[in-house]
Design a binder for this molecule. Structure first.
Ligand SMILES: *Cc1c(COP(=O)(O)O)cnc(C)c1O
Length: 419
């Protein structure tokens, strides 16, 4: 079977309020990076997350960049022009993530060292992080992601960072609305970022936010994001600036989405639970979370195939090959099947330590230096958790507009792969 209309991985869902706020901006001529939508959105998000200040920016990446700059200046002082706030210092980063999490470290001339993933939440492994501090005791900054909307092992990671006197940048781009021990993600690090990119839980088509309890940090980010203009009648500059402010038009879209955040989360959770139920009996598991301590926003539903049920699959840098085997399957086979039925799935994020651009960066597993063991990986054996989840995992169509009938057809197609 083939869907007439494509079933997306995760697409924007508009409700009608968005266009009212956009039209208001248009009719009052606030077609700018100032206006009522920005102010209102900032207070709505701060109230939702439970932080004091929210600064609306052009993208989650911009928010992460300014988090990184703030952290660098807090740790190493103000840089000279062109020097970069991190000045060659190493930064421990989540490994299995979108590259937008870690690129800002390079923007500020730092060096990302990747920390392997754990199997319980698919996020940064505290054991590997502790190992990393043994190997690089001078590191003072950690970038932590909540992958696919599932909160990481925050308490464990915070305790390790406290012990080693390190600050945390929280990348909550995918996890807006998710909570950990009753606190919202986006309020758990020293510097926090969320995203309103088109495929996130709510969207402005683009956009992001910096979240903090520090008035001083909020003011710095607001200033940097508007070209670092000093208080003078003319354009006076004492620091490097950026054009990172959110547009009042985009803010109107996100403002209109805000009342529907919980509805989207409920829909995503229902999709996750439906997959979990529907895939019972197959040699697969859903992306896991700590039900005791966290409530994900269920942004994407993913599955991982049992080791024994993997058919032969190899991947080059840009291509792949697999051989179907009876009773077994692999992510590329399932993704091909979904594609053929006009549904969008995706491999899980390819870990940063496997990316050609970061090939010579450090990578630490729970056993120590992961790079020292890459020969075994080249021989086709996964020696780290990230490479293993990448080999066996995939993201399923998780669009909140997917009907139960469509989802049933997707589940049937996955079952078919294992016959
Ligand atoms: C989407 C995303 C970002 C970047 O957000 P943009 O708004 O697209 O710039 C950063 N980190 C993660 C984990 C993301 O999924």
């Amino acid at each position: 079977m083939r869907f007439e209309k494509k079933v997306w991985l995760s697409s924007p869902t508009m409700h009608g309020d968005e266009i009212k706020f956009v039209t208001e901006a248009y009719e009052t001529n606030w077609m700018s990076t100032v206006g009522a939508n920005i102010n209102e959105l900032e207070s709505l998000v701060a109230a939702k997350v439970g932080c004091k200040y929210a600064v609306a920016l052009s993208a989650g990446t911009a928010a992460l960049h300014l988090c990184t700059k703030l952290a660098g200046e807090a740790l190493y002082g103000m840089p000279k022009v062109g020097e970069g706030a991190l000045r060659g210092h190493k930064v421990f980063c989540s490994d299995m993530t979108f590259d937008a999490t870690v690129n800002p470290v390079a923007y500020e001339n730092g060096e990302a060292v990747f920390i392997d993933t754990e199997y319980d939440t698919w996020n940064m492994d505290p054991v590997a992080l502790e190992k990393a501090f043994e190997i690089y005791p001078d590191v003072r900054l950690v970038v932590l992601v909540h992958l696919y909307g599932t909160p990481a092992k925050v308490d464990e990671i915070r305790a390790i960072c406290k012990k080693h006197n390190a600050l945390i940048i929280e990348d909550a781009a995918e996890s807006f609305g998710a909570s950990y021990k009753g606190k919202q993600t986006g309020d758990l690090g020293d510097f926090n970022a969320i995203s309103f990119n088109g495929n996130k839980i709510i969207t402005g088509s683009s956009g992001g936010m910096f979240l903090t309890d520090s008035k001083e940090d909020a003011e710095k980010v607001r200033k940097w994001s508007t070209q670092s203009r000093e208080a003078a009648a003319w354009y006076q500059h004492e620091e490097i600036g950026y054009n990172y402010r959110m547009s009042n038009v985009i803010a109107g879209v996100v403002r209109g989405q805000m009342p529907y955040l919980e509805e989207h989360i409920a829909q995503k959770k229902a999709i996750y639970m439906r997959y979990k139920e529907g895939l019972k009996g197959l040699p697969v598991a859903m992306n896991p979370y700590d039900a005791q301590n966290s409530e994900p926003n269920f942004w994407l539903s993913c599955l991982i195939i049992d080791k024994e049920a993997m058919c032969k699959q190899v991947r080059g840098e840009t291509d792949s090959l697999y051989v179907h085997e009876k009773g077994k399957s692999c992510p590329m086979e399932i993704l091909d099947k979904l594609f053929a039925m006009n549904a969008e799935g995706r491999p899980v994020w390819k870990p940063m330590h496997m990316q050609p651009i970061y090939r010579n960066h450090g990578f630490i597993t729970a056993q120590g230096n992961g790079r020292a063991r890459t020969n075994a990986y080249i021989a086709g054996e996964s020696v780290d958790v990230g490479a293993d989840i990448f080999a066996r995992g995939l993201c399923l169509p998780s669009d909140n507009k997917m009907t139960p009938d469509q989802q049933d057809a997707i589940i049937a197609a996955i079952r078919d792969c294992f016959t």
